[in-house]
Design a protein around this ligand. Structure first.
Ligand code: ARG
Length: 416
């Protein structure tokens, strides 16, 4: 009986493994069989990563998998995860559009579905013990299937470094060539790319150009600005330059168009769930542009109070997604709030892209609350100026009351 701490009792288990085809999950697939005589079923999801995914099931079978699944999750990911986060205005710590964090619960859900189908009692993932992703997988699986055992071999196994893992692969003839060269740890999907490790671990060092995977440097971007039109229906983007387009194609197109203008490069020190501050580079051209356009449309369509309340809940929403609580009643409740606000978020936004920057050119909506007659300083003005006096007087009443009290105290001190 092997008792690698935390992995006891796995002998002969049938395990559904979240499989990316990279170094860690390849080693896991092989090691679990070798160490515990486990049966491996691999589960790989297509979340729209640009990386070549063809051949991933063949690779799994080469590693000895009993079954290998490769599932197209792009549409579900775009519509049910990315666009929900977009409607909610979810940016973690005001910056990160949450690409990795949104992908994990969908992978966890898929893992559970395959585990059921294949009669696995254990699911495994390749996350480390110091990141957010372990929690997203664990919480995601347990929220849907509390009876399943979830293991993360990297938290317990004897390999101390990538070199150890590479040596393990070399001994067994497991191909790793592609993963060996890259100095960065990269997670990529339709909504964005997360890049860490290597020189990026030093927060005093600006990211070298080779850290970026899918955007052009703003300095190398076209000298001519380009404008783009996005149409929203109930807060969901449905057309690009006046042409209807599905969610996956839209995000993909925008990644390409905005990426060429150097849009969506983010360099962030973030607070991880486990308490560590970490430095991560993100590239999310499409998500950045869509959040920008969506917010601009909300500025003109949401009333002041709803807009202000929503901005606060956006932070809660982002934190919830970041913390792996996608399958929670709080998320359902926040979505209900968000959806109630989005019935007004209809219309068209024109955005200009230029050397890494976005500029709003125009916003139009059948639900616009902008009233020129109220806002205007011309003779068209219909605002009741005289009413301003009473409003202002009563609005400032607390300050006048306070100031009078201060006067009284000062006078009393003079007398004493
Ligand atoms: N920090 C990001 C998050 O927690 C990304 C994590 C994965 N990053 C990576 N480079 N592999 O969502």
């Amino acid at each position: 009986m092997n008792n690698v701490n935390g992995l006891g009792g796995l002998e002969g288990a049938r395990i559904a493994l979240a499989f990316s085809g990279g170094l860690d999950t390849s080693v896991i697939a092989s090691w679990l069989q070798e160490e515990f005589g486990a049966e491996i079923v691999t589960v790989s999801g297509d979340l729209g990563q640009e990386k070549e995914l063809r051949g991933i099931t063949e690779k799994a079978y080469q590693l000895g998998a009993k079954a290998a699944y490769f599932i197209d999750l792009k549409k579900q990911f775009a519509e049910d995860f990315c666009f929900r986060a977009l409607k909610a205005g979810a940016l973690y710590e005001g910056v990160y559009p949450l690409a990795t964090a949104l992908g994990r619960p969908l992978l966890a859900k898929t893992l559970v579905e395959i585990a059921r189908k294949e009669e696995c009692t254990v699911v495994a993932h390749g996350c480390t013990g110091k990141g957010n992703d372990q929690v997203r997988f664990d919480a995601g699986v347990w929220a849907l299937a509390p009876d399943l055992r979830v293991i993360a071999p990297v938290r317990h196994w004897p390999f101390k470094s990538r070199e150890d893992e590479i040596a393990y692969c070399a001994e067994r003839g497991i191909p790793v060539s592609a993963t060996k060269a890259n100095p960065y740890s990269i997670d990529e999907n339709l909504w964005g790319t997360s890049i860490e490790c290597g020189v990026l671990e030093d927060p005093t060092v600006a990211p070298p150009e080779d850290a970026y995977q899918r955007t052009v440097s703003p300095t190398a971007a076209p000298d001519k600005p380009e404008s783009i039109t996005i149409t929203f229906d109930n807060g969901v983007p449905i057309a690009l330059n006046e042409e209807k387009i599905g969610a996956v194609d839209l995000i993909r197109m925008l990644n390409h168009l905005a990426g060429e203008h150097g849009i969506g490069r983010l360099d962030m020190i973030e607070n991880r769930l486990v308490g560590i501050k970490s430095r991560e580079i993100y590239e999310a051209p499409g998500a950045t542009l869509l959040h920008f356009a969506h917010t601009e449309l909300e500025r003109i369509t949401l009333d002041k109070w709803t807009a202000h309340a929503k901005a606060k809940l956006s932070q809660d929403y982002a934190e919830l997604v970041y913390n792996g609580l996608w399958f929670s009643p709080l998320r359902t409740a926040l979505d209900a709030f968000v959806d109630a606000t989005q019935t007004r978020v209809n219309g068209t936004v024109v955005v200009e892209m230029y050397k890494g920057n976005l500029r709003i050119l125009s916003r139009t909506s059948p639900n616009s609350l902008y009233d020129k007659a109220l806002a205007s300083y011309t003779s068209e003005d219909t605002f009741d100026h005289a009413a301003g006096e009473g409003f202002s007087k009563i609005f400032s009443l607390p300050l006048r009351t306070l100031a009078r009290t201060v006067e009284v105290v000062e006078r009393e001190q003079e007398i004493a």
